[in-house]
Design a protein around this ligand. Structure first.
Ligand code: HEM
Length: 553
């Protein structure tokens, strides 16, 4: 087709451009009309332009709504006591005073407490701020954070008002989302409720009998390693050993992986991803490191493929063997729930299950390893009576066959583990986003407030909080002396309420078997008591700086 009338300059320009496109599409020259030219040139341009305008508008709307929300939250929380300005940097010399002045006049008004938190240990700063108060307000760049250091406040967040307090997916869990995705730890609202119902039976206390032999075998494997260095004054990093052990236990309990398979797959795929995620919490600019990001994504992809292939294989076996199928592990219990609830099985369901499994792996090993490490540290540095009591309980209750009722009688060992969780608060803070206005510790808080629950602060409301005294958790101990309404919120390593840790019984039963078995055969001493035992300032779960090197006797 050719154009009949003389086109204006714009149409002529379009025709010229359209001819170029037409030549590229192998349409003979002169066959493009002005209406064709409009279709070829204007429609795609208009589409691209509209898409750009749409994206820009959405970004603008988000910026405006977010900024309005931040301002509203800041204004509506003005009555809450704020963090006092850091007066100086600890000295009265001119440089420190100048830094203090700049902090007060420029840095804090602009960035809030962001720089202060970036210097040193964030939860230790917050601990200092919330001491002697129930609530204190801080600001990290644009976000107004309300630090809660009071058991009654925790009761509101974890129990009576839990539906108002969503998981904070931006700051705390953001860097872990490639692993946790929409799994239990990071799920909110109805999705969380559905998943919790589906997952809870797998870790119910009466389902944990299978964990006992798995934990015992893992402890025995470690004992073989430790025997080789017994009385030889060879330093062993017991933290690293516990990390491998708890990963093997969770790998076998959940996916029936053998120890070698766990040692092969996890250190190369899972642990580096976790390490990078941890770094990103305090150094978000690492998201744009191209090489690191490429390696990170590739590892997450490989780990997902590995887990999904196990799920597929398992579903196949279950289908083929029908009623004769013998349940193996936690994965089977979850697949039973999936069948019972008649969940439609498709790619989305498979991805969700993959997230849940990665969640169990993440939630279930480093925390347990940190608890065991701090307990061995305290047993190694304290008087030998505490260790002797663990040993006696182990001799009495860890036998063959290993029975849960017997292990549950190891009250002293359990108190040692609980006291380590209290003193060291391996998860020192958990954070939430308030999704509706609420009242907390007598203060009105607006929707959008960022709630920082300071578990460590509450754990240090005990007498002589820095002393390790397992008696606190024995019958008639200090824990029982708290009044009924606050007692459950005075010990919150696994938090409390409907969103409490699903794996707490798993962790405590596993740890009693492992600690008991090792203490029965060995005693431990610190390689360098003067320098060891410093808590890590930036990584949660909180372990010791530089590992935990011990001699084994
Ligand atoms: C000493 C060991 C452990 C400690 C200190 C611990 C601590 C915690 C804490 C503090 C939370 C709440 C997180 C939050 O509210 O943001 C949590 C949640 C959770 N933990 Fe644990 N955990 C431990 C072991 C385990 C184990 C062994 C597993 C799995 C086998 C596990 C699975 C989970 C899951 C699935 C949740 C999410 C529950 C929900 O939101 O419904 N944890 N844990």
């Amino acid at each position: 087709m050719s154009s009949a009338s003389t086109p204006n300059w714009h149409t002529a320009w379009l025709l010229e451009q359209a001819e170029v496109v037409a030549a590229y599409l192998k349409i003979p020259t002169g066959h493009v009309s002005s209406s064709d030219a409009y279709i070829i040139m204007v429609v795609p341009e208009a589409c691209v332009l509209s898409a750009i305008v749409y994206v820009v508008l959405r970004i603008l709307v988000r910026i405006v709504t977010q900024t309005t929300r931040w301002v509203v939250v800041a204004v509506r929380t003005r009555q809450i006591p704020s963090v006092p300005y850091e007066e100086n940097y600890g000295n009265d010399d001119p440089l420190s005073m100048l830094m203090g002045f700049l902090d007060r006049t420029v840095v804090v008004p602009l960035l809030g407490q962001a720089l202060i938190l970036a210097r040193g240990c964030p939860w230790e700063h917050m601990y200092r701020w919330v001491t002697d108060k129930s609530l204190v307000k801080c600001r990290v760049l644009h976000r107004t954070g309300i630090i809660v250091g009071d058991p009654k406040g925790l009761k509101r967040v974890f129990q009576t008002g839990y539906k108002l307090y969503d998981k904070d997916l931006d700051f705390s869990y953001g860097p872990f989302l490639p692993i946790l995705g929409t799994g239990l730890v990071t799920a909110n609202g109805k999705h969380w409720q559905k998943q919790r119902l589906l997952m809870a039976p797998a870790l119910r206390i009466d389902m944990l009998d299978d964990i006992l032999p798995i934990a015992k075998k893992a402890a025995d494997r470690l004992a073989v390693k430790l025997k080789e260095v017994k009385s030889a004054k060879v330093a062993v990093d017991i933290e690293e050993e516990f990390r491998l052990l708890t990963l093997q236990v969770i790998g076998e309990a959940i996916l029936s992986l053998g120890p070698d398979e766990c040692d092969d797959v996890f250190p190369s795929l899972y642990l580096p991803v976790m390490e990078e995620s941890n770094k990103r919490v305090l150094a978000p600019w690492r998201y744009v490191y191209p090489l690191e990001t490429f390696k990170y994504n590739a590892r997450v992809h490989k780990l997902d493929s590995f887990i999904k292939s196990i799920i597929r294989q398992r579903r196949k076996e279950r289908k083929e063997q029908g009623d004769g199928y013998q349940k193996k592990d936690v994965l089977d219990t979850i697949l039973d729930s999936v069948d019972r609830e008649q969940i439609t099985w498709n790619a989305a369901a498979e991805t969700q299950l993959c997230y849940e499994i990665k969640t169990f792996l993440l939630a279930g090993h480093e925390t347990s390893a940190a608890m065991l490490t701090w307990t061995v540290y305290e047993l190694a540095r304290g008087d030998s009576k505490a260790l002797e009591r663990v040993r006696q309980e182990a001799r009495k209750n860890i036998g063959t066959p290993l029975r849960r009722e017997e292990v549950e009688k190891m009250e002293w060992t359990l108190s040692c583990l609980k006291e380590s969780l209290r003193k060291y608060s391996v998860v020192p803070v958990v954070t939430r986003d308030l999704n509706k206005d609420d009242e907390l510790c007598g203060e009105k808080l607006p929707r959008g407030s960022w709630i920082i629950c300071h578990l460590q602060r509450v754990h240090h409301l005990y007498k002589d909080p820095l002393e390790w005294k397992p008696d606190r958790f024995m019958p008639g101990g200090e824990y029982e002396s708290f009044s009924d309404d606050i007692r459950p919120y005075m010990f919150v390593p696994f938090i409390q309420g409907p969103r409490n840790c699903l794996g707490q019984y798993f962790a405590l039963i596993e740890a009693r078997v492992v600690l008991g078995s090792l203490c029965e055969a060995f005693s431990f001493s610190l390689v360098d008591p003067k320098t060891q035992g410093v808590t890590h300032p930036t990584v949660i779960p909180v372990g010791p700086v530089g590992g935990m090197h011990v001699y084994v006797d």
